[in-house]
Structures are given as C-alpha cells and as structure tokens.
Design a protein around this ligand. Structure first.
Ligand SMILES: [Fe+2]
Ligand SMILES: [Fe+2]
Length: 280
C-alpha cells in the first residue's frame, strides 16, 4: 500500500463519507436513473432535505414562489447539482474547526474550497459556455487531500503549512518531503473511491502541475485558473504562496480579460451566498 492509500485508510476510520454521496454518484452514472430515484435517496437524509429546501428558496436561485416540496426542489436543481450539494455538505462536515495551531484556521480550507468550486462553475458557464456542475465538483474537492492530511496527520500538516513561505518550495514538494505523498495524489485516489468521473479525478491529481499545458476548456485548466483567481482575491489556504498560471493559460485569461474581471468582481458576493448557508 503506498503512502497516499495509507492516509485514506486512516481517514476512513474517523470520517465516513455519507452513504448518500456515493449512492447519488451511482445514480448519476446510471443512464436509467430517474429524478424519482434521486428523490427516494435524498428523502432518507433529513438534514440534506432541509439544506436543499433552504437552497432553492435562497436568493441564489431567485425563485419567486416558495418551494416546499422535495420533488420540485429535485426537479429544479437537477441530478448533478444535487450530488454537488451532498458533496459540499459532506466536506463541510469533515473539517474539524477546532485547532490549536495559531498559524492555520481550518475555516480557511473550507472557504478556499467553496471559492474554488464556485469559481470553476463561473468560468465553465460564463467564459467557456459549458456545463458548470462538473467544474464545481472538481473545485470543491480539489484540496480534499489537505483535509485528509489535516485530519489524520495534524502535526505534519501544521509543519508543512508553517514551512510554506514566499521563498519556500511549493506545498507539493514540502508534502513529499514530510509525508512521501501529497494532497493531489490523495485527492485523486479518494475521488476515484467516491466514484467521481475519471477526467475530474485527474484534474484534482494535476491541479498543481505547472509543466503541463492543458486545453483551456479542460477540467484541469478550469481548476488551475480558478485556483489562481481565488488566491488573487485573498481566499488562499495560506497567504503569499500559491501557484502561478502556465503561459498558455495566462494567454487565455488575457484574451478574455474583460470577462474574467467581471467574474472576479462578482465572485465574493456569490461566495457569501454559499458560505452564509453553512454558517461558516
Ligand atoms: Fe491544492
Ligand atoms: Fe487549492
């Protein structure tokens, strides 16, 4: 068993992914599944039902009438979106917010993940005119490996974060030195285990690779651009140390700079709508 797998085994002892998340992933992968199937699964989780109804009635969706039935909420949100909400719920529940390291607030990891998820969705929909649900999923999950490290090897995790400075090696190099693996590898394996589609899991694996030139509309590129924008806006895991864009992606952003500027301006307010629902 390699180092990444060991971390995942350890993580699973303390944090169980709600059964509902993998069940929803199975339904998405099954062409014959219907919205009724989704509804039946969701009904089993009252907390999720409450969250869904809050979400569809929030300003985020701007519905003029109050939505009080689960089936209508399910129809409005769609299958992938439902799965994304369940994953967001699960991730939020996995981060312990009590920590005794003054240099790191777990809350930042949560708001960073939520911001990257949202930014990925906005890039996909607004700039590339493609479906944003897959992009959101890669974004919300991209640093799940850091959550695993934080939960299973807290001292090492703090050591890595403390070493991360403007002129230090990047986080992946520090993790490799300290843990013999890194959050990209751990995140990739976990995503596959959670039945996330392979191209999305690969984007998670490659999100810190700076020597590849992904096509701008690929999941990896969307994730790398979102990470860059979110860090620029101050939602970084740690200040002053984050990846730069490759020349190809940089050129893509420059070409669409007007759209990207509007997106960056809108992002904090959109993020506030998500984070306020979670009270974090
Ligand atoms: Fe990362
Ligand atoms: Fe990140």
């Amino acid at each position: 068993m390699d180092a990444a797998e060991k971390f995942i085994q350890q993580f699973k002892k303390t944090k169980t992914l709600p059964h509902i998340v993998t069940r929803l992933a199975q339904l998405i992968n099954d062409e014959d599944s219907t919205l009724q199937d989704f509804e039946e699964v969701i009904r089993l989780d009252p907390a999720l039902v409450a969250r869904l109804l809050t979400l569809v009635n929030s300003s985020f969706f701007g519905m003029s009438r109050n939505v009080d039935s689960i089936s209508r909420a399910v129809a409005l949100l769609g299958m992938k979106n439902l799965h994304n909400i369940a994953v967001t719920d699960a991730i939020q529940g996995m981060i312990d917010t009590d920590t005794d390291n003054p240099g790191f607030e777990p809350k930042r990891l949560w708001s960073h993940s939520a911001a990257v998820g949202l930014c990925c969705k906005m890039i996909a929909e607004r700039i590339l005119s493609i479906d944003g649900d897959d992009a959101y999923l890669t974004g919300i999950l991209h640093d799940i490996g850091l959550i695993v490290e934080f939960e299973t090897a807290r001292n090492s995790f703090f050591k890595i974060i403390d070493q991360l400075e403007e002129n230090s090696p990047d986080i992946v190099a520090l993790e490799q030195r300290e843990l013999n693996t890194d959050h990209c590898q751990i995140g990739y394996l976990l995503a596959l285990e959670w039945q996330i589609a392979e191209p999305l899991a690969e984007a998670i694996r490659d999100h810190h690779l700076d020597n590849n030139e992904p096509a701008p509309n690929s999941p990896t590129a969307i994730l790398q651009i979102a990470e860059y924008i979110v860090n620029q806006l101050g939602f970084s895991v740690k200040d002053d140390k984050y990846p730069q864009l490759s020349p190809g992606l940089s050129a893509h952003v420059q070409k669409n700079i007007a759209e990207y500027k509007v997106l960056a301006e809108d992002l904090p307010e959109e993020l506030e709508k998500i984070t306020s629902m979670y009270g974090k």
